[in-house]
Design a protein around this ligand. Structure first.
Ligand code: ADP
Ligand code: MG
Length: 399
């Protein structure tokens, strides 16, 4: 397999149009202000390099889940404004980039100009990777750059379809992300431990199955654990779980028991009758002992201690998903305690720690420990699939 080309492989591009897939899927407040702008800043090295060399830069991104229809709440217009302040220069906004006027609008841009295209998911062809939408994208530009690692696990028009139609390159952020992941994981460190938590169970089950064939320890927490506990006929009360996935959970437990992977499920948990800050009904319970009107909202102290023990004897940690409902105190406790342990072991040099995921990153930022881990990925789903050894379609197409 050939190696993807980077911006260093581009020839003369002055006056050419670059179509750059970025991930500007950022939080936007009620007032229309962009919250965390990490993802906007991540694109700057690529965008500035292309501008410096005289290209016209068209930026392509999705935002939220508008389900294939224009939806005002998911417009990228406020992001164009935020990006303009960041860049210290005008950012044009192309609301209609598939219509008859789109090519003319692009041809009026000058060398070094930057324009953001409206949300790709306003078109049904984005998520279905429709050929018409992909050619509408390709028609606007001379070459394509993927700088969105976090969107590369999806075979969409803006990540795969268009890349087949234009000469394609990896952007700087994508290159950096892959470099950091390869460096961290490339040495095959054993024993390895994956911690998987969070709430998006259905979307993570496939990866869990793959991971269980790769790592020595699989620690399951968060709402993800509830589905496994329910599958094992433990009482989980009113906990968040996906009951229809109990069979899949049992399958994963079975295949792990046949291989070398040890799965660790919670032994004790923190429960409450309502999810509010510091509820009076808060208590610690063994997983056999959760009442019908209670919810599991965090890992218990015994489970945390056991997890830390596993980390002490591990060389590599792969972490996705908060271990409790960390947005509501005190249900961040186990996530913070385990982040603390991972940070300490990483500082000591005994552990390589990799984490990824939107909410995982938010939880780590809240704990103040992000910088103490070896690498925190911009990707959630893409991160998990990459570490599980699943080929990402948006990267494959670049080779
Ligand atoms: P990521 O974005 O890092 O991939 P997810 O989106 O899968 O993570 O899950 C994050 C969410 O999971 C958080 O909003 C957190 O509150 C929730 N969560 C974790 N554990 C529980 C639990 N026991 N009960 C309810 N929600 C939980
Ligand atoms: Mg999330």
């Amino acid at each position: 397999m050939s190696v993807p080309q980077t911006l260093d492989d581009l020839g003369e591009i002055a006056g050419q149009v670059a179509l750059v897939r970025v991930d500007f899927n950022v939080p936007i407040g009620e007032d229309g202000a962009v919250g965390d702008d990490t993802r906007l800043r991540a694109s700057l090295p690529t965008v500035m390099a292309l501008r410096r060399r005289g290209a016209v830069v068209l930026l392509l991104s999705h935002l939220g889940r508008p389900k294939g229809k224009p939806t005002a709440a998911f417009s990228l217009a406020p992001v164009a404004q935020a990006y303009s302040s960041l860049l210290g220069d005008e950012v044009h906004f192309l609301e209609d980039w598939t219509g008859a006027g789109a090519k003319r609008a692009v041809s009026e841009l000058e060398a070094g100009d930057v324009a953001l295209l409206e949300n790709t998911r306003f078109y049904a062809g984005e998520e279905s990777n429709g050929p018409e939408l992909a050619s509408a994208m390709a028609d606007l530009a001379d070459f394509y750059v993927n700088d969105a690692f976090s969107a590369s696990h999806r075979a969409h028009a803006s990540t795969v379809g268009v890349a087949r139609l234009l000469p394609s390159y990896m952007g700087r952020a994508l290159q950096d992300e892959l470099g950091a992941l390869q460096e961290a994981i490339g040495h095959g460190r054993e024993p390895s431990t994956a911690i998987i938590g969070g709430a998006k169970i259905s979307s993570k089950l496939d990866v869990l199955e793959q991971l269980s064939t790769k790592v020595d320890n699989l620690i399951i927490g968060g709402a993800m654990a509830n589905t496994f506990l329910a599958a094992l006929k433990k009482p989980i009360g009113k906990s968040l779980a996906e009951r229809n996935l109990e069979d899949a959970a049992l399958r994963i437990l079975k295949s792990a028991s046949q291989g070398k992977c040890q799965i660790h499920l919670p032994e004790d948990v923190v429960v409450a009758r309502e999810l509010t800050p510091h509820p009076v009904s808060l208590r610690t319970a063994l997983v056999e002992d959760v009442a019908a009107d209670e919810m599991i909202l965090d890992l218990g102290p015994r489970t945390v201690a056991k997890t830390v023990d596993v980390l002490r004897s591990s060389q590599l940690l792969i972490w996705n998903g908060p271990l409790g409902a960390f947005e509501t105190p005190p249900f961040e406790t186990s996530t913070f305690a385990i982040a603390q342990a991972a940070a300490e072991l990483t500082r000591k040099g005994s552990l390589i720690s990799l984490a990824g995921g939107g909410d995982t990153l938010a939880a780590l930022n809240k704990s103040g420990l992000t910088a103490d881990l070896t690498h925190v990925s911009t990707g959630g789903g893409a991160f998990l699939e990459w570490v599980a050894g699943i080929a990402l379609p948006g990267l494959q197409v670049l080779t």
